[in-house]
Design a protein around this ligand. Structure first.
Ligand code: PGA
Length: 309
């Protein structure tokens, strides 16, 4: 077999992303270039590796074996890159961060401060929901992730760095804003904007309502915090969001936090990476930076939307 590292890298991306188009995007190649590389690898291996089944790409048995080893080799190559960067001083190189959407409101500020201190680190930030962050960490496509509590089965080293209170928001002219204290059950009477499946905010909210036997009468699903905030603002319903996402709207009096009994739902953000994985210099410095500076960079409690009790 005559395979080049580049071919393995192309195959690894196609296998991981399940799509030639997405692999081409990630590798900054054209689609035909990726398809041609795959054909050349198949010729060299002497077996088909990928089959088109309907609209989806599926790995053959040989493809699965190849994908497994290509992933290990890609990891090793990244480790070599990291080790060399360390020898050059540790503050250069690539840093791939994946964060849950709620954390992003705060991450940009944190990143700005980090990049001022480490100007030679090349950062790529992926903002996505909890489910995708978990996938990134499992697939090793992120060096460091910032997210809610990682699930028990995930093999990670995770350290808490900040509280993430979830609060109930309403439009300033909503009838419930006239109440000093709102019993939890009252929420059952109002339509609710909820995040998409796979969102950590949604998971925490559903767990909380189910623990307290609350059945929401009407649920409207939306796939971003921004869409939820805007819909609440125009009176479509109530919503549960991270207090960190609403600082601007509270300041501009476009949203209010309702004083609902048993709220906020107390969650915590974690900085995490795959256990047993060698962290690159930038990943180590970013992790240390988060743990050292997050508290000072986070918004003060009154802007985080925690109800005053
Ligand atoms: P998400 O983020 O709702 O965008 O998934 C929440 C989290 O896990 O903190």
């Amino acid at each position: 077999m005559q395979l080049t590292f580049r071919q393995l890298q192309v195959f690894e991306a196609v296998a991981r992303l399940g799509s030639v188009t997405r692999a081409a995007e990630e590798l900054h190649l054209t689609q035909p270039a990726v398809s041609m590389q795959i054909r050349q690898i198949e010729q060299s291996v002497g077996l088909p590796l990928i089959e088109q089944v309907g609209k989806r790409l599926q790995q053959t048995d040989a493809g699965a074996v190849m994908a497994h080893h290509a992933r290990l080799i890609a990891e090793q190559l990244r480790d070599i890159e990291g080790a060399i960067e360390d020898l050059k001083g540790g503050d250069t190189g690539r840093l791939r961060i994946s964060v849950a959407t709620t954390v992003n409101y705060f991450t940009t500020r944190l990143l700005a401060a980090y990049c001022r201190e480490y100007p030679r680190v090349e950062v790529s930030l992926d903002v996505t929901n909890r489910e995708a962050v978990i996938r990134h960490i499992a697939e090793n496509s992120a060096d460091i992730v910032l997210m809610g509590q990682p699930p028990a089965g995930l093999d990670v080293v995770a350290e808490p760095f900040m509280e993430n209170p979830l609060v109930v928001i309403a439009a300033p002219d909503h009838e419930l804003t006239r109440h000093q204290r709102i019993p939890l059950r009252t929420l059952e009477q109002y339509p609710f904007l909820i995040r998409e499946p796979g969102s950590g905010t949604r998971l925490a909210m559903e767990r909380f309502f189910s623990d307290h036997r609350i059945n929401l009468s009407r649920r409207i699903e939306m796939s971003s915090n921004e869409a939820i905030k805007q819909s609440v603002e125009v009176g479509l319903g109530l919503g549960v969001v991270s207090g960190h996402t609403i600082a601007l709207e509270l300041e501009a009096h476009r949203l209010v936090v309702l004083p609902v009994a048993r709220f906020p739902i107390r969650r915590t953000w974690f900085v995490a990476h795959r256990a047993g994985r060698r962290l690159s210099g930038p990943a180590r410095s970013f992790r240390a930076f988060v743990l050292a500076h997050a508290a000072a960079l986070g918004p003060p409690p009154e802007q985080r939307g925690e109800p005053v009790t």
